[in-house]
Design a binder for this molecule. Structure first.
Ligand code: CDP
Length: 246
């Protein structure tokens, strides 16, 4: 029995090693589960997973901490001048079996998911210089392929030649409810209406900004997961990956 299990394990490992590595770009609206899909796919394929939104969130946290955001307005020239001082890294956390985001050597994974950052991240992400710096980092991370990255402009700007592009969406109400459940489970008290408003505002800013607006790449496949369970969506995505890998 042990021998059979071990052989299956080794075959799967070998299979992963000989398959050509591809780039998988997952874009879409806020809170539609892109990161969940990306994380699961990366684990299945033995790929690197990068949550590009975490990078814009880390820059936003930096701006908040250095008082560069007042009354919702970002001091753009100051933030741009301080960009060289912002170091963003991902380090694997074996306990959580996922990567944590580090800002200048500090683990900020939890803080960047909280509402103050969510409320200001989209204006920060409209700044061309911020985007150029993040895109450079993201392209560097993906230069050897074998990567799943999620965000807003991954299939259109960061990896326009990605072998598989997905565009994920769901209704704003369903996305707000999912985010509300997620934050409530962590013990945070935020109202559903505040979250819905934030989801809608971010959709608007992300889709209408001048630099790299959120849009579906022409060759991206659309996944509307409004009425899908996690299992159903993973089955759908896994089929698409199999098609691409032949
Ligand atoms: O909350 P959610 O997980 O949906 O968003 P996120 O992926 O953490 O991204 C936070 C914000 O960063 C988005 O609302 C966008 O404004 C911005 N973003 C971006 O402009 N480009 C990306 N590639 C990723 C995120």
């Amino acid at each position: 029995m042990f021998f059979v299990v071990k052989s299956i394990y080794l075959c799967r490992k070998l299979f992963k090693m000989i398959l050509p590595k591809i780039v998988i770009a997952i874009d879409g609206h806020s809170s539609c589960g892109k990161s969940t899909i990306a994380k699961a796919l990366a684990a299945q394929l033995g790929y690197i997973f990068i949550d590009s939104g975490a990078m814009y969130r880390a820059v936003t946290l930096f701006a908040l901490r250095t008082n560069l955001i007042a009354d919702g307005k970002v001091d753009e020239p100051k933030l741009i001048s301080l960009l060289p001082q912002i170091k963003i890294e991902f380090h694997y956390n074996p306990e959580k079996q996922k990567s944590d985001t580090y800002l200048n050597g500090e683990n900020v994974e939890d803080e960047i998911r909280q509402l103050p950052v969510s409320l200001h991240v989209s204006p920060v992400a409209t700044i061309a210089e911020v985007r150029a710096a993040m895109v450079r980092l993201q392209q560097e991370m993906g230069k050897n392929k074998g990567i799943v990255m999620d965000g807003r402009d991954i299939g259109t700007v960061v990896f326009p030649d990605a072998e598989l592009k997905l565009f994920v969406t769901a209704s704003p109400e369903i996305r707000a409810q999912r985010r509300f459940d997620e934050l409530s489970a962590k013990g945070e008290t935020v109202s559903y209406d505040t979250i819905l408003q934030n989801v809608q505002e971010r959709d608007y800013i992300d889709s209408t900004r001048e630099v790299s607006p959120l849009r579906k790449a022409d060759d991206a496949l659309v996944l509307d997961n409004s009425n899908m369970t996690r299992e159903e969506q993973m089955a759908w995505v896994t089929e698409r990956v199999k098609e691409r890998l032949g």
